[in-house]
Design a protein around this ligand. Structure first.
Ligand SMILES: Nc1ncnc2c1ncn2[C@@H]1O[C@H](COP(=O)(O)OP(=O)(O)OP(=O)(O)O)[C@@H](O)[C@H]1O
Length: 602
């Protein structure tokens, strides 16, 4: 009986194996089934050997009263439980003439694969570190990743959704200004329904540089619309009276006064307090340095905040001056206007190292936002991918901070608000090697009323304003404070009454440490790197060369230094040759440089 039962059992195991392979829809693991079979078999024999009945393993024949006759073909093995029993029974039927499913299904391959280590997405520390590094790079200023999102998603969407205009839609009014790049008019819409909340507008008819200004204004509208005048639309129109076409740029009318207009008033800065806060909310403090300091601080914070937002999106204005800062009657804040000279360093637009003649009264001593040795912008994709590196090497945003520093000075010292006063300051400052402490010594040796008044403001609260001013007008662009750091300066961020002195001193120490002069060798290495540019991109300004000469270590060159210098000389020569060859070919073939970003250019 036992033999018969065993035969049945073995057949059942084989069938169970087949059934498991075919009916459970899982991978067929021959090993698992055989394992189960061996276990069951040994249990079976151990029961027999110990003289115990195999009854528990063998079912009774149906209908047989107490009979223990196993039937071949449908033996009812209970060993694997009721499920296995059913399976055995069914598989005994299914298995006939079909063969073991594993032989049919080439289970060996599956078995082999099941023994391999599990594969799939695995998180490893180096993988995480690399991903973080890439993300940090793509999001660091000027923002490669946000740039692609802006360029390929937001810009086309905006193009689709925003209303567009023609010149017939506008009625031009009073002329507001005329500059090198165009004429500006106050205007209104011939049909006010064309624009939601349409009020008075400003229209600028600009020459070929208008395309750049449209680009910058559209970028700003998407990235930081509150920092600049509210831009409505820009389009190209043909002008029959003039040669060539002209660009029409339209903004909402922000207000009638620029910071220059407000500073020209002898009641400055109290007149700004009135427009900013309203007559009812002006400060209770008596008129004097302290109250003036508060008002000037508010103005400076707004200017730096707008600059910070522009810089965060990769735009450097390059023409920051009181005439280009307008007071918005609606939002009661100062906004930046005139982006015609701005450069978008995210994609290299309007970045031509030597093309712009900026306002010399407010331009930083380096004159150019990038080292003039940095080659002109490469194709857009390359420019975008390289932009974080170039930004970190050149600190182009610090150019605007210098201009903002001069505005700070003008607000503090009444005698510097006129053109002649500012020109005199610039001359003295340059002679003193752009050292603001040295300039202070000079003017304090023969102080007048305005100078005394100005230093009284700057020396308030332990000289915190003087500290900020020094950081903003440093000669070296890379050592100047950024708009973002300036906003965190204790001049703007006052701690509470109790913690004030301690916290303020701490913060000041941190800012001083980060702004510290870099070591001589770092300056030397960066100057060498800067020198390694192309002829096409131009040379250093005289001031830069003077500074470099002063800063270069005087010790004799080591072998490594000489080798590095020779390598750089060779590299310069090669790039110069390539540049001049390309220029010659362009000239010969009459190839014009095409700006891909100018959608009106043919
Ligand atoms: N959105 C605006 N709202 C109100 N007034 C504006 C606005 N934009 C410009 N203006 C006025 O128009 C004047 C000229 O504007 P803008 O500086 O943009 O022109 P420009 O041709 O570049 O002049 P410039 O070359 O002298 O800088 C400004 O000084 C300002 O008074």
């Amino acid at each position: 009986m036992a033999d018969a039962s065993m035969a049945c059992f073995s057949g059942g195991i084989a069938s169970l194996q087949g059934l498991l392979c075919s009916s459970r829809g899982r991978s067929c693991s021959q090993y698992n089934v055989e394992n189960a079979a061996v276990k069951m078999r040994s249990k079976f024999w151990s029961r027999i050997e110990h003289g115990r009945s195999a009854d528990g393993w063998l079912g009774k024949a149906p209908g047989g009263r107490g009979g223990r006759t196993p039937r071949l073909g449908f033996c009812r093995c209970q060993a694997a439980g009721i499920e296995a029993l059913v399976a055995l029974h069914q598989s005994a039927v299914l298995g006939v003439g079909v063969g073991l499913p594993c032989t049919v299904m080439e289970c060996g391959d599956v078995v082999y694969r099941s023994t391999l280590p599990q594969q799939g997405f695995q998180i490893t520390p180096p993988g995480v570190a690399l991903t973080l590094l890439i993300v940090a790079y793509l999001w660091s200023t000027p923002g490669v990743a946000p740039g692609f999102w802006d360029m390929f998603v937001l810009a086309p969407l905006e193009q689709l959704l925003r209303p567009s205009f023609r010149k017939e839609d506008f009625v031009l009014g009073k002329k507001l200004g005329e500059g090198a790049f165009g004429t500006v008019y106050k205007a209104s819409l011939s049909n006010p329904n064309l624009l939601k909340n349409s009020g008075p507008l400003v229209v600028k008819k600009a020459n070929e540089y208008g395309a750049v200004e449209v680009w910058m204004n559209e970028r700003v509208r998407r990235a930081c619309r509150n920092s600049c005048a509210d831009f409505v639309h820009g389009f190209l129109e043909s002008n029959p009276n003039k040669k060539g076409d002209e660009f029409w740029l339209v903004w909402r009318y922000e207000g009638k006064e620029t910071l220059a207009d407000l500073m020209a008033n002898k009641d400055f800065p109290y007149n700004v307090e009135e427009v900013m806060l309203g007559m009812a909310n002006v400060d209770d403090l008596p008129k004097g340095p302290e109250r003036e300091n508060r008002i000037i601080g508010r103005i400076m914070r707004q200017i730096l905040n707008s600059l910070y937002q522009l810089h965060a999106t990769g735009i450097v204005h390059r023409d920051i001056k009181p005439q280009n800062i307008i007071f918005s009657d609606d939002s009661k804040v100062f906004k930046i206007i005139d982006l015609g000279a701005a450069a978008d360093l995210r994609v290299g637009i309007n970045y031509a190292p030597k093309e712009f003649l900026l306002d010399p009264r407010y331009a930083a001593p380096e004159q150019y936002i990038m080292s003039t040795q940095t080659p002109s912008a490469p194709p857009v994709l390359v420019a975008a991918l390289l932009s974080p590196v170039l930004w970190q090497m050149n600190f182009p945003d610090h150019f605007d901070v210098y201009s903002a520093g001069l505005i700070f000075l003008q607000m503090v010292f009444p005698n510097l608000r006129s053109d002649s006063g500012l020109i005199t300051f610039n001359r003295q400052f340059k002679r003193r090697g752009y050292d603001i402490k040295s300039w202070r010594e000079l003017v304090e040796s023969k102080p007048n009323q305005d100078i005394r008044h100005g230093f009284e403001i700057l020396d308030l609260d332990g000289g915190v304003a003087w500290e900020l001013l020094q950081a903003m007008v440093r000669f070296e662009g890379r050592q100047r404070i950024s708009a973002r750091t300036a906003l965190a300066h204790p001049y703007f961020v006052r701690a509470g009454l109790l913690g004030s002195s301690f916290m303020q001193r701490m913060r000041l120490q941190i800012i001083r440490a980060t702004q510290q002069e870099r070591s001589e060798n770092v300056t030397w290495v960066s100057s060498l790197m800067a020198k390694s540019g192309t002829k096409n991109a131009g040379g250093f300004t005289e001031a830069q060369l003077e500074k470099l000469r002063e800063k270069e270590p005087r010790q004799k060159g080591s072998i490594q230094r000489n080798a590095l210098a020779s390598a750089l000389r060779v590299k310069r020569k090669v790039s110069r040759t390539i540049d001049s060859t390309i220029t010659d070919i362009r000239k010969e073939r009459g190839i014009k440089r095409v700006n891909w970003w100018n959608r009106w250019e043919t």
